[in-house]
Design a protein around this ligand. Sequence first.
Ligand code: HEC
Ligand code: HEC
Length: 527
Amino acid sequence: MKLQAVIPPQLLLAANTKPFMTKSVIQKPSFARFSAILSSAILLLTGCDASTPSEQTNPYSSVNFPVYIAAENNPGGDTTVSIKPFASFELPSANMDRRLRPDFHAGKALANQPWVKAPTITTARDGLGPIYNARTCLMCHIKGGKGFIPADANTALMGTLVRLSKPGKVTAGNVKAGVNPHPVYGDQIQGQSISLAHQLRHSQKPDTLKHDVAPEAYTYLNWVEHTFTYPDSYQVNLRKPELEFRNLGYGAIGENTLFSLRVAPAIAGMGLIELIAQKDINALSDANDANQDGISGRVNWVWDNKLQATAPGRFGLKSNKATLDMTVAGAFANDVGITSSLSPSQPCTKKQVTCLSQPNGNDKNEVELSDELLELVVNFNRNLAPVNRRNPNNDIVMQGREIFYQTGCQQCHNPQFKTLPSTLNPHLGEQIIWPYSDFLLHDLGPDLADNRPDFQATGSEWRTAPLWGVGMLEAVNGSGVLLHDGRARTIEEAILWHGGEALSVKNKFVHLPKQKRDALVKFVNSL
Ligand code: HEC
Ligand code: HEC
């Protein structure tokens, strides 16, 4: 029995999981948007059969949530890889043609092997810095997962970025950057440099370092802790980072500077995100909160060198990059110090004269990375596959799934999209994917705010973090830290930091009995 023959799509929002209900439902507008996508997805699943409607027994029956379907267990559709035998976000799409694998591995090598200082005999791998954050992509996106963040105040940041800028309206010359960079330090603190003397700084006298290119600063975190108490008196310890810069290489940064700490996000599934139709993202946006549910969701319009135009952003923690090519090119230039045609400037500013005078690794095109090599790394990122879910049918996970929808998490963590067809990567096209994000900006309130605008994103807006793979972060590389600055050590902590547009949803969570809170966390952990 095909679904569309039996149940009108709007009734697929049944109130029970197994067997699902077809009782009348009151749809919230935000949910209707999701239902349209979900129902079309279900209709594609030819093998999926509808059970006969039965009397409902589920305690959450008054709430709308989509019927559970087995496809949810493969968040990346047919690209999904099994976490067995290794927990890894570094595997290529499961359905990728074998003939495409050599390119994937070539891209991985470029993302994984250390870049070196120019000049060297290897022209393909030189050009590091002069100032940089890490020698490779995967030193931050460790095994394709999250970056490390130090838990103590004595370890300098390595796999984490600090962005900075000056407040006020973006000046005419900076429109393409989306921020007013700091006149000396630029828009990112690079904590490393190619200077051997600096790397050996403990054994050097400061004046011997004078003519070398200095790293911009070493950044340390001081964690400020407080205790959150639930209405049922359970307590959770929360921590928030404060930045401390030591060994500033180019003088005082000065008052009136905006900073933003960013931990490297997991990068599996980028090619699928790239193939989400913009109209599907726009359909979830309610910029002026016309439906008055307290949740808006805005598109960030950003400059893109590849498109040579302003375009809607979807990559980056404030959706400040429109295309994957620009995201990767930007990472090469700012994080590793490798220039390319899409991101041709070194991270040195005009005020950093020694930095600008260092030899570079330019090839005949006057940039350090050719378009061919850039494309290989983009392609590697594009094909990193999401992992399958664990224990999706567990009773408590199923209960947690209901609570997820009941409390309204899905209003931002939009479960599902269908990717566009792709001629370049047909295996990534027309997949039903479950990223649990709307890729829109939401104001999450003052506690999470970095107060640093980025293109149209305000200082308190963040892109909804995708939740696919979130339960595997710790297993993949030992770093399960959550939220933009890695302050949350658990899913529960991450939820408790939600405010602003998510305040009423957070409050619903807080008022649940502990067993249900745990069930929700267990569901999120199964993603
Ligand atoms: C110093 C650490 C660091 C290095 C090195 C680094 N990244 Fe990142 N990466 C980050 C951080 C932090 C973000 C989030 C940036 C933001 O939004 O401000 C990010 C974002 C990304 C994203 C977007 C993810 C998303 O969810 O939208 C991709 C893709 C990515 N990096 C790929 C790369 C590649 C490829 C390289 C190597 C060329 C690289 N990164 C090097 C830290 C790093
Ligand atoms: C109003 C929109 C909104 C709602 C509602 C919402 N979230 Fe979020 N969520 C976000 C945004 C935006 C972020 C990224 C915040 C940041 O990076 O600081 C996020 C981050 C997270 C993270 C951290 C993921 C990571 O990799 O860092 C988790 C876990 C999470 N949300 C779970 C939930 C759960 C569970 C609910 C329901 C109880 C929920 N959220 C409700 C918008 C929302």
